[in-house]
Design a protein around this ligand. Structure first.
Ligand SMILES: O=C(O)COP(=O)(O)O
Ligand SMILES: [Mg+2]
Length: 221
């Protein structure tokens, strides 16, 4: 077991970029929404750097990039709806689990560790994605970016999770790929563990100084 898990009674995982490489499907849905406006596709390389603050922010970045100026709120809302539509059709078509994820989640569950999921992705997509990988049953509570008024890097979703399980924040571990996960974890009073392979706006997540860093989640177990 990883030393950071010593005494930990609840592990909270981020989803995109931590458990699943979802950018191929996110980019496909972004590009489908843009193409309806005859705008050029963004592609996976750009989308990778735009993921992390939820789907509305993703589309704001995509539309702003395509238009060359900040989009108006009505136009953004309409394109965001089209993104949600396209993404919901096939959220798992090309999404893959990262190596070590299944071993880690299976191992933690087998050891009786309660697990939660805190993502900035809309709640509606969590179950289809986890069910697609046979992992929905591993998590006692999953919170999407629209589950509460606040999303990461605000600590509120993590504190909600800790309260739900009746665990003190100091006995919880947040595992994520981006500065938003590490900041939310730190502000909530959780321990923090980062993975370097995900999405962090093109910056190394180590710059956020997590308490630990693992190349693969298999190192947890
Ligand atoms: O949807 C996003 O922007 C990011 O989602 P995450 O919090 O699971 O990384
Ligand atoms: Mg992430």
């Amino acid at each position: 077991m990883h030393p950071l898990l010593q005494g930990v009674k609840l592990v909270a995982f981020d989803l995109d970029g931590t458990l699943v490489d979802s950018v191929p499907d996110l980019a496909a849905a972004v590009d489908a929404a843009l193409s309806e406006l005859d705008l050029p596709p963004a592609g996976e390389i750009k989308v990778r750097d735009w993921v992390g603050n939820g789907s509305l922010k993703l589309m704001e970045r995509a539309l702003g990039d395509a238009l060359g100026e900040a989009p108006g709120s009505e136009r953004l809302a309409a394109v965001h709806e089209r993104f949600l539509h396209h993404y919901g059709l096939e959220p798992n078509a090309r999404t893959r689990l990262y190596p070590g994820v299944r071993e880690a989640l299976d191992g933690l569950c087998a050891a009786g560790m309660p697990l939660g999921l805190v993502t900035n992705k809309p709640q509606a997509f969590i179950a289809p994605i986890l069910e697609g990988f046979g992992l929905a049953g591993h998590f006692g509570l999953c919170l999407g970016g629209d589950a509460l008024p606040q999303k990461k890097p605000d600590p509120a979703p993590l504190l909600h999770l800790a309260r739900h399980f009746g665990v003190a924040p100091g006995d919880c571990l947040m595992v994520g790929d981006s500065r938003h996960d590490i900041e939310a974890g730190r502000r909530a009073g959780f321990r923090t563990l980062a993975v370097p392979y995900g999405y962090n706006h093109g910056e190394p997540v180590a710059a956020s100084r997590p308490d630990g860093l693992v190349e693969s989640l298999a190192e947890l177990v």
